[in-house]
Design a protein around this ligand. Sequence first.
Ligand SMILES: Cc1cc2nc3c(=O)[nH]c(=O)nc-3n(C[C@H](O)[C@H](O)[C@H](O)COP(=O)(O)OP(=O)(O)OC[C@H]3O[C@@H](n4cnc5c(N)ncnc54)[C@H](O)[C@@H]3O)c2cc1C
Length: 290
Amino acid sequence: MAVFVPTSLEELLTARAERPGLDLVAGGTDLVVEVNFGRHRLEDVASLSRVPELGGWRREGPAGPGGHLVLGSGLTYTEMLDPTLAELLPSLAQAARTVGSPQIRNAGTLGGNLGTASPAGDTLPVLAALEAEVLLGSAAGTRLVPLGEFVTGPKRTALAPDEVILAARVPVARGHQEFLKVGTRNAMVIAVCSVALVLDEQARQVRVGLGSVGPVPIRALEAERFAAEVVDWSTGRFSGGEADLRRFGELVGAAARPIDDHRSIASYRRRAVEVCARRALERTMSRQAA
Ligand SMILES: Cc1cc2nc3c(=O)[nH]c(=O)nc-3n(C[C@H](O)[C@H](O)[C@H](O)COP(=O)(O)OP(=O)(O)OC[C@H]3O[C@@H](n4cnc5c(N)ncnc54)[C@H](O)[C@@H]3O)c2cc1C
């Protein structure tokens, strides 16, 4: 087994082109578990940790709506909690805060969460609600793929054998954001279900991403349309009542495609996602009104 430690993106992409199928390791918090359980055998492996182009985040275009945030695939969960970034993407920071332990948050990366594409990956419903695109690169060039097309199934992605995930590109949205996660305990827990809600005042949209209730991250589109009608967009206040919140929850529940597995049963997941969605909208609207 050969181990590569490229120190530039060019070096990494050349190695990937020469050896399609070369294993990539970022934080190793998913890959090493797979190896330890004998579910994956490493051949040649490249570490991404010394490739500076994959780290950090930057703004692209205007600072407000119309602009983008480009989050490097090497961005760790701890870095997602940086106050400047957390103010711009509070739902991502809330999700990052729920991930693993401090050790996992220091090592685990956005690119690794995308690369694994687990239905329970906590950044995925957030990226779905943010309408993120995934920036992929190879020696031949780059391409942008909407998140919904990047994740093609449970632990399956559109990544080609010679490609690397460079970044997630997220449109800047003005408005409150929420992330709620249900697990079997309070910390160090993989999601039984999760809900990300993003209010986009400019686009007059309420966008909802669901995690761990389907093979891929799900957008609750019917519920989004319903919610947009019960917001008074001139004030950003919720113009509906208790029945509307309940209806919103039901529509989110109807969008879920949960299964029974070792972590939960489908009926509980659907019910939990309904309740989380209702709470997320309630919180969003009370913050907007404040
Ligand atoms: C104890 C523990 C607790 C955890 N808790 C959570 C949790 O609460 N929520 C959660 O979502 N996850 C959790 N995880 C899973 C894991 O930490 C995350 O999925 C993390 O984001 C993986 O990132 P990584 O950098 O460690 O990925 P790695 O293990 O390095 O890589 C994972 C996969 O992605 C590929 N990959 C990585 N970077 C790239 C890239 N730039 N381009 C192409 N492919 C790439 C790798 O080749 C590999 O297939 C936990 C794991 C452990 C061990």
